[in-house]
Design a protein around this ligand. Structure first.
Ligand SMILES: NC(=O)c1ccc[n+]([C@@H]2O[C@H](COP(=O)([O-])OP(=O)(O)OC[C@H]3O[C@@H](n4cnc5c(N)ncnc54)[C@H](OP(=O)(O)O)[C@@H]3O)[C@@H](O)[C@H]2O)c1
Length: 298
């Protein structure tokens, strides 16, 4: 059985590939596809490392040739990726891939205001219509990014948010990688799998965790979408490519989606599929405590 991991130089791709090798005890029959094959050549000596870029579909059929099952890691370009993922799915089908595992998000339905939802929904639809076997891993928001949110909150003494009373079941990226590797290496999961952390936290819970890890007072402060957008807006001239502005809009949309209940589900998928206890936000912050304190200036 030949397995493919796309996006193999990213954080999730690298962790998933390492886990696949650990599960199989070998890097044989593992195809790692990346825009930057040189970046992973040394780390994955023994794997079949190939160049592949979803933005350049012409080369993808050859990149995927010979693979039986493929982990399709969503690209990070939110505007372009629906078309890219469709091209990757079509190329995988042409190359003879029989099953695709796609990393989506929790509840990407039409009502979800998160700016990441439309592209995930479109990819899921394309995959379902492709005729290839499929598993969609609907991953919760990564807890890894709470390190930066925690540092800001510790520095200012306030956790400003627009999530109201909403809850979010953050999951560790390493747990998503472990689930992805387990599903890639076995054929016992198809359809939709919601991959979440062990508990759903509200703003008060998070502020308390941030205070503990930062050894400082942190108050949760509820603000409107407009107030949060204004606070995150880059200074005039400081954002020539518009990335910061887009990042601010994305953060506001995620807060709104949490407020509206789209990110609150908790499942046992990590433990069921990997046999390991999912890491909590508290676990992750504890592990990264020195980083949180350094970033916060404390
Ligand atoms: N659940 C969450 O909270 C959350 C947060 C952030 C991101 N995500 C999503 O999860 C994905 C993996 O997360 P990560 O932390 O590993 O992200 P990352 O380290 O920033 O890596 C970005 C990923 O996108 C891939 N990519 C970008 N452009 C591509 C293209 N044109 N063709 C093929 N692949 C392309 C990269 O592959 P190569 O560089 O190897 O080609 C890499 O795997 C992200 O790309 C994003 O879709 C989820």
């Amino acid at each position: 059985m030949s397995l493919i991991v796309t996006g193999a130089s990213g954080h999730l791709g690298t962790a998933a590939a390492e886990r696949v090798i650990a599960l199989r005890g070998s890097s044989a029959d593992l195809v790692l596809v990346s825009r930057r094959p040189a970046a992973i050549a040394e780390r994955f000596d023994g794997a079949d490392i190939r160049h592949g870029d979803f933005a350049d579909p012409a080369g993808l059929v050859e990149a995927f040739r010979g693979g039986d099952r493929m982990l399709l890691i969503s690209a990070d370009n939110i505007q372009a990726r629906a078309a890219w993922h469709a091209a990757a799915i079509d190329a995988a089908k042409a190359a003879g891939v029989q099953h695709i595992i796609y990393t989506s998000m929790i509840e990407p339905g039409a009502g979800n205001p998160a700016l990441i939802a439309d592209s995930h929904r479109a990819t899921e639809q394309h995959l379902r219509a492709s005729g290839i076997g499929w598993t969609v891993l609907r991953c919760a928001l990564y807890s890894d990014f709470q390190v930066f949110e925690a540092a800001e909150a510790v520095a200012s003494g306030q956790f400003r948010h627009n999530r109201g009373d909403g809850r979010c079941s953050y999951v560790a990226r390493a747990d998503c990688a472990a689930v992805a590797a387990a599903v890639l290496t076995s054929d016992n999961r198809s359809g939709i799998v919601d991959v979440t952390g062990p508990d759903a936290l509200d703003a008060t819970d998070l502020a308390a965790l941030y205070a503990t890890v930062g050894r400082a007072e942190v108050a949760p402060v509820s603000v409107t979408d407009e107030e949060l957008a204004a606070a995150l807006r880059p200074a005039d001239g400081a954002d020539p490519d518009g990335h910061a502005q887009y990042g601010a809009a994305l953060a506001v949309s995620l807060g709104r989606a949490i407020r509206e209940g789209y990110f609150g589900a908790v499942t046992g998928a990590v433990a069921e599929i990997t046999g390991r206890r999912p890491a909590s936000v508290a676990d992750l912050l504890q592990r990264e405590a020195s980083t949180v304190r350094a970033l916060s200036g404390r």
